[in-house]
Design a protein around this ligand. Structure first.
Ligand SMILES: *Cc1c(COP(=O)(O)O)cnc(C)c1O
Length: 408
């Protein structure tokens, strides 16, 4: 029975009717969210309620989440170091694998040092709240990730937003910011719901010109962009030019965790001041072992990244056969639908045809831009990709080009 027919049954229920009321409103607006249960392992092919689906909605870009070497590294670490850590890093939770992983991240990103957080969300929160406070200004792109926005808000600094990738607006905000004690620019490198890329070289120049710190969230670029998968800094050859590099181990690396990479000074500062580092229990050592194995796999085997990009260009050329304009700049490919209801109903039609792509709705994206967000993996086969475009076509989303337009 749906919850709204049951009503409040637990506790006194007094003054808690608003919860039921708000849930009903979400349902009516097509904004109710549910967690589907993946029954086996993560990968391009998953099972839900016993049925097979092709998944196009995971950030497991290189297919490492279920890689034999990562599983083996985690199992060996459990045997050697146990599972739990029992305290925060600063009390007694710090173990050899945490230190080893931080060294490896710094080496991978080409920085002096790095600090590990339990998640990327906590890395953003911890860094932003430590670097700026009341009296400072933080300036961010309109489409920055929710964890950046939360960090900006919680920091207590003045928080200003420029329209997506709009450099003249960023400059105009910077020009007006000279009275603040400190200035910080923060941006995603690959935008998580749009899959497009920030103009980092321009942002680097503006940061320099206006004496602002620059923080880049490389969550979706790590293991995806740059010949060696080091991320957008490698792609744009900006080594040494970004003050604060944030990344996640939960996406292409196939594990879990977040980090900040940068100068030794910055990392020491965060170790002493970032509350989401100080007041939470250290990650299990086996998780660090899995991350270490993931980074090593990326370093030793660039063919993983090549295969991912082969799939990305494959989808791009298939989509070009249709009249819809869909931008493909990364493994994240948004299909903008508009209303939440329409996005939901297309998602459901795909689901009935064996394809898993949930609808992304407000507040994750602005109202009126609800979408299906396709994400590709290196482990998708050519056949998977054909099935995707064929199904989008039979579900009425992709329309054939007018034959007279072909090749024009
Ligand atoms: C996923 C994501 C995060 C958060 O990383 P987690 O490790 O999942 O907590 C931060 N920023 C961006 C842009 C992301 O896409």
């Amino acid at each position: 029975m749906p919850i709204w027919n049951i009503g409040y049954r637990y506790g006194s229920g007094v003054n808690m009717d608003f919860i039921l009321h708000e849930l009903k409103m979400l349902k009516n607006m097509g904004l109710m969210r549910e967690c589907r249960i993946i029954e086996g392992t993560q990968g391009p092919h998953v099972h839900i309620q016993g049925k097979p689906y092709i998944s196009f909605c995971s950030n497991n870009y290189l297919g490492l989440a279920n890689h034999a070497k990562i599983k083996q590294a985690a199992v060996e670490a459990i045997h050697r170091y146990g599972w739990g850590t029992g305290a925060s890093r600063l009390i007694s939770g710090n173990m050899m694998l945490h230190e080893e992983l931080e060294k490896k991240i710094a080496e991978f990103k080409g920085t002096e040092a790095a600090i590990l957080f339990p998640t990327g969300y906590m890395a953003n929160l911890g860094a932003l709240c430590t670097l700026v406070a009341r009296g400072d200004i933080v300036i961010g792109d309109k489409l920055n990730h929710a964890s950046i926005i939360d960090g900006c808000r919680q920091s207590g600094a003045t928080f200003r937003i420029y329209p997506h990738k709009n450099m003249s607006q960023l400059e105009s905000l910077l020009r007006k910011s000279s009275t603040f004690r400190r200035r910080l620019i923060v941006t995603d490198s690959v935008f998580s719901m749009d899959g497009d890329i920030a103009p980092l070289p321009d942002i680097v120049n503006l940061a320099k010109k206006y004496d602002a710190m620059l923080m880049v969230d490389d969550a979706h670029a790590t293991g995806v962009f740059g010949q060696q998968g080091k991320g957008m800094i490698e792609y744009y050859s900006l080594e040494g030019k970004i003050d604060i590099i944030m990344g996640s181990l939960s996406k292409a690396v196939g594990s879990i965790g977040g980090f900040i990479a940068g100068s030794k000074c910055l990392i020491e500062f965060l170790r002493n001041k970032a509350r989401s580092f100080m007041y939470t229990t250290a990650l299990p050592p086996a998780v660090c072992a899995a991350s270490l194995a993931g980074l090593t796999l990326i370093q030793e085997n660039t063919s993983l990244i090549d295969t991912l990009w082969k799939n990305i260009t494959g989808v791009r050329s298939q989509l070009a056969q249709f009249s819809n304009t869909i931008r493909v700049e990364s493994p994240i490919i948004p299909i903008i639908i508009g209303s939440a209801e329409d996005a939901l109903s297309l998602s459901l039609r795909l689901y009935k045809n064996g394809i898993l792509i949930p609808a992304i709705r407000p507040p994750t994206v602005p109202p009126g831009t609800s979408r299906l967000r396709i994400s590709l993996m290196a482990t998708h086969t050519e056949e998977d990709i054909h099935t995707l475009t064929d199904t989008l076509r039979t579900c009425g989303f992709l329309t054939d080009k007018n034959p007279n337009d072909r090749g024009s």
